[in-house]
Design a protein around this ligand. Structure first.
Ligand code: RFL
Ligand code: PHB
Length: 391
């Protein structure tokens, strides 16, 4: 078997890349370890920046996102019981974000791929990548107990943080930068109307919480919990009670509770692997970097990585390697700005068990400055809606 680009992973990175390449007439096969149902069952991101929205339009999968996604022109910071609105549109010359679940986006991309007859091998086991330091890379995998080998021009490692692609790079060729936070987010999804039209990011003495949504009838809430917490110990009632304690009376008067559709704990981590290219292997999305979800940047970074990669590969097949040669540097500039923003938001809004009292006072003063200064709010808004793209 042979293809031009072998894509490992059918999350948002792999699926968007596949779509962009197909539209440019480049042949690609996606290998995914899980079943389509499993991939769709993972409840993750909810907020799309304009660059991601534009890219999904370019990939030909934006129709339902525009019809059903919720444009948001601002969000609220609830700090020790007081609300401060970040007017995204007003502070950024009219920019907005769209709230549209990663699950829905993934569904749209899967359907477009199936409709175009493009090949995805689900339940591809024991995927391994070979000879990407030469001119003829190969990918091996096992499907239904049978071994296969696929020759290709390039390998796109879109296989997430725990994937095989980054792990296959020799240790001396790659540098990891990492920060692990001493807490996670316990998330709950419910078919109840959201507590507010806009997202609420709340900082309280009991820890951070976030009120988000998927639609006018489906809510997504998160509360900060220590890493030692187990999801089994959190009944729905206990979750709602803890959330209430982290909201203001205005929110509590509107909060509608109900049975959870999903509940899980996600640990928070900042991580970057450099570089992102190794010969004919390119890493993209969570395979190369992780951000804590506080800044809503993970899915957006995945989208901008594959935008840059698709352009580079298309240029390659038209005769120039300039795009793929700059892939890693171009992506990393944007990634580090998003890493900085996500780390900063996390630091400002969460309770850390070991912060020294001086540092805590300084952080409180910084947050006070941010919400009461036009320059501070503008900084937060322009990073949240997404920095301009540098080609
Ligand atoms: P994914 O989605 O992890 O997909 C990788 C795919 O690769 C497959 N795979 C393999 N396939 C073959 N062989 C192997 N050896 C393989 N190993 C793995 C996996 O099964 C999987 O299908 O990575 P991708 O495509 O790079 O996408 C990244 C995003 O999923 C992620 O960044 C976001 O979900 C992060 N995120 C958010 N991002 C935002 O932009 N806005 C948000 O509001 C936001 N909220 C969130 C989030 C992530 C969260 N969690 C749970 C980590 C909220 C949460 C709670
Ligand atoms: C979500 O809706 O899942 C969500 C929204 C904003 C974030 C993180 C997650 O910052």
């Amino acid at each position: 078997m042979k293809t031009q680009v072998a894509i490992v992973g059918a999350g948002p990175s792999g699926l968007i890349l596949g779509q962009l390449l197909a539209r440019a007439g480049i042949d690609a096969v996606i290998l995914e370890a899980q079943t389509p149902e499993y991939v769709l069952g993972r409840i993750r991101a909810g907020v799309l920046e304009q660059v991601a929205v534009d890219l999904l339009d370019e990939a030909g999968v934006g129709a339902r996102m525009h019809a059903e996604g919720l444009p948001h022109a601002g969000f609220e910071l609830l700090i020790e019981g007081r609300r401060h609105r970040i007017d995204l549109a007003g502070l950024t010359g009219g920019k907005r974000v769209i709230v549209y679940g990663q699950t829905e986006l993934t569904k749209d991309l899967m359907q477009a791929r199936a409709a175009a007859g493009l090949k995805t091998v689900y339940e591809a086991k024991e995927v391994s990548i070979h000879d990407f330091d030469g001119t003829r890379p190969r990918v091996r995998y096992v499907k239904d107990g049978q071994g296969h080998e696929m020759a290709c021009d390039f390998i796109a490692g879109c296989d997430g943080f725990h994937g095989v692609c980054r792990a296959s790079v020799p240790k001396h060729a790659i540098t990891h930068y990492e920060k692990i936070y001493p807490f996670g987010w316990l998330g709950l999804l419910a078919d109840t109307p959201p507590v507010s039209e806009e997202l609420i990011y709340a900082k309280t003495a009991r820890g951070f919480s976030l009120c988000s949504m998927r639609s006018h009838t489906r809510s997504r809430y998160y509360v900060q919990v220590p890493l030692t917490e187990k999801v089994e110990d959190w009944s729905d009632d206990r979750f709602w009670e803890e959330l209430r304690r982290r909201l203001d009376p205005q929110a509590n008067a509107r909060l509608v509770t109900g049975p959870s559709l999903e509940k899980s704990i996600a640990p928070l981590r900042s991580f970057v692997a450099e570089p992102m290219r190794f010969g004919r292997l390119f890493l993209a999305g969570d395979a190369a970097h992780i951000v804590p979800p506080t800044g809503a940047k993970g899915l957006n970074l995945a989208a901008t990585d594959v935008r840059t990669l698709a352009r580079g590969l298309i240029e390659h097949y038209r005769g120039s390697d300039a795009g793929i040669d700059h892939y890693s540097d171009l992506c990393l500039r944007r990634i580090w700005k998003a890493e900085r923003f996500s780390w900063w938001m996390t630091q400002l809004l969460h309770t850390f068990p070991d912060t020294n009292p001086f540092e805590q006072k300084a952080l409180d003063a910084e947050l006070d400055y941010v919400v009461h200064s036009l320059a501070g709010r503008t900084t937060m808004a322009e990073n949240y809606v997404g920095l301009p793209f540098e080609d």
